[in-house]
Design a protein around this ligand. Structure first.
Ligand code: NAD
Length: 381
C-alpha cells in the first residue's frame, strides 16, 4: 500500500481533530470520506469549533455521508477511524470488520460484555487489522515507564495508581460545546472511562486484572442547569491480579478546578515512577535502588515522547501523542504489520471498567474479571 484511503465516522470534536491532523501531517493519507448524523459538523462553520472555516470547504474532495454503511460500501476505504461517542464504538467497528476494512477505534473499545464478545468474534473472522487508539500509551510517561521496567530499574510492580480527573465548568460555553453532539458525556459512568489510566500501567503488567471492587458517590454532585442530570460523580475502584498486584483507580468528570488530568504512580520492587500533573506543570519523578544513593530524579512530564519533533501543528493535538499514535497506525498499514495496539490490549484496558461499574451498582461487591479469550468467559450481566 502506498497511500491510505481514509474514512472517519463521528465528526465531533475528536473526529474533526483526527481529520485535520491526518491531512496536515501525513501526505500519503487521503481523507476520501467522512460520516456523521449531523451535516452541520462538516459544513457549518458555526459548529466546527476547532478551526475558522467549515471543513467541507477545506476538503472539497472528501465525500460526506450521513449513513455509515453506505460510506463503507461506496468509498473504497483502506482504513476507517471510529470517533463516535465513547459508549457507541463496537457496532461501528464490527460493521467495518465484516467488510474487511481496517479500523482504528477510539477508547473505551466496548460498552458491555456482550459487545466485547461480539467484537472479539468479528475480529477473529475478519482479515482486517483493528488497532486501538489508546493515545496515552504513546505519551512520554508510558515510554519512560516501559523502558525503566525493561532495564530492570523498577523491578516487578506490586502496586500502581492512576487517576483521570476532568474539570467541569457548569453552564460554560465549553461545557455546552462538549455536549452538543450527543448524550454520552452525560450518561457514561465515569469509571468506565478507565482506558487512559489503565492502558499505560498494563504495558508493564504481565498478567491481567482479575478482581475489582468499586464505590460511587451515588449522584451526590448537584444537578447541573444545562445537563439536567445528577450524574454519579467520583468513582473509585481497586483492582487486583491473581498474583496480588493492586491497581487503584480514581475517576471524576466533575472537578471544579482544572487541576490536571492524568496522574500515575508505580511502586516496584526496585524502584518507583510517578507522573503528577498539577496546574499545567506535569512532572515525572523516579528512583531506583540500582543506582547509587537511590537518588530521586525529576523531568518534565509533557505528553510528547522523546525523538519526535515538537512543533505547534503536531503538539496542539494532545501534546503530540495523537500524532505518534496515528504515525504508528499508518506505518503499520503501509508495511502490512500488526496493529500497534491490539484489540486484546484494548479490551484488557476497557473491560475492567465495565466490571467496576457493575461492582459499584452492587455496593462494592468484589467481582472476578473475565475476558473473551478466557476459557471461563461468560456474559453474566
Ligand atoms: N483519546 C483521547 O484523547 C480522546 C479525547 C477526546 C475524546 N475521545 C473519544 O473520542 C470519541 C468522540 O468524542 P467526541 O468528543 O468527538 O464526541 P462527540 O459526541 O462530540 O462526537 C461524536 C460524533 O459521533 C456522531 N455519531 C453518533 N452516532 C452516529 C451515527 N450513527 N452515524 C454517524 N455519526 C454518528 C455524533 O453525531 C457526533 O458528532 C469518544 O469515544 C471519546 O471518548 C478520545
Amino acid at each position: 500500500m502506498k497511500e491510505i484511503r481514509l474514512g472517519i465516522v463521528g465528526l465531533g470534536h475528536r473526529g474533526r481533530a483526527m481529520a485535520m491532523l491526518s491531512c496536515d501531517a501525513f501526505e500519503y493519507v487521503k481523507l476520501v470520506a467522512v460520516c456523521d448524523k449531523y451535516r452541520r459538523n462538516w459544513f457549518d462553520s458555526e459548529t466546527a469549533d476547532t478551526r475558522e472555516v467549515a471543513f467541507g470547504k477545506d476538503y472539497p474532495d472528501t465525500v460526506f455521508y450521513e449513513d455509515y454503511e453506505t460510506m463503507l460500501d461506496e468509498a473504497g476505504l483502506d482504513l476507517v477511524i471510529v470517533e463516535t461517542g465513547a459508549d457507541v464504538h463496537a457496532a461501528f467497528i464490527i460493521k467495518a470488520l465484516r467488510r474487511n476494512i481496517n479500523v482504528l477505534t477510539d477508547i473505551p473499545v466496548v460498552a458491555s460484555l456482550k459487545e466485547a464478545e461480539d467484537l472479539w468474534r468479528a475480529a477473529e473472522e475478519s482479515t482486517a487489522m483493528i488497532s486501538v487508539g489508546a493515545n496515552p500509551n504513546e505519551q512520554k510517561f508510558t515510554v519512560f515507564l516501559k523502558d525503566f521496567y525493561k532495564r530492570g530499574l523498577l523491578g516487578e510492580p506490586f502496586a500502581m495508581e492512576a487517576e483521570y480527573i476532568h474539570w467541569w465548568l457548569p453552564g460554560s460555553p465549553v461545557e455546552r460545546i462538549l455536549n452538543e453532539n450527543g448524550e454520552w458525556r452525560k450518561l457514561l459512568s465515569p469509571i468506565r472511562y478507565c482506558t487512559h489510566s489503565l492502558g499505560p500501567l498494563l504495558t508493564i503488567l504481565n498478567e491481567p486484572l482479575r478482581k475489582v471492587s468499586c464505590f460511587s458517590c451515588h449522584g451526590r454532585s448537584p444537578v447541573d442547569d444545562y445537563l439536567q442530570v445528577n450524574k454519579e460523580d467520583m468513582q473509585s475502584a481497586q483492582f487486583q491480579t491473581d498474583s496480588g498486584v493492586i491497581v487503584r483507580f480514581q475517576r471524576n468528570g466533575r472537578c471544579r478546578a482544572k487541576i490536571g488530568y492524568h496522574n500515575y504512580r508505580v511502586f516496584g520492587s526496585e524502584g518507583y515512577v510517578e507522573r503528577l500533573d498539577r496546574f499545567d506543570k506535569p512532572v515525572i519523578r523516579y528512583n531506583t535502588t540500582k543506582e547509587e544513593n537511590n537518588a530521586l530524579r525529576e523531568m518534565s512530564g509533557e505528553y510528547m515522547p522523546p525523538g519526535y519533533e515538537n512543533n505547534e501543528s503536531i503538539s496542539r493535538f494532545h501534546g503530540g501523542m495523537d500524532y505518534v499514535m496515528l504515525l504508528k497506525v499508518y506505518t503499520a498499514l503501509l508495511n502490512g504489520e500488526p496493529a500497534p495496539i491490539s484489540l486484546k490490549e484494548g479490551l484488557a484496558m476497557t473491560i475492567p471498567g465495565i466490571y467496576a461499574e457493575e461492582s459499584a451498582k452492587r455496593g462494592g461487591e468484589i467481582l472476578r474479571i473475565r475476558y473473551p479469550w478466557d476459557e471461563d468467559w461468560k456474559v453474566d450481566f
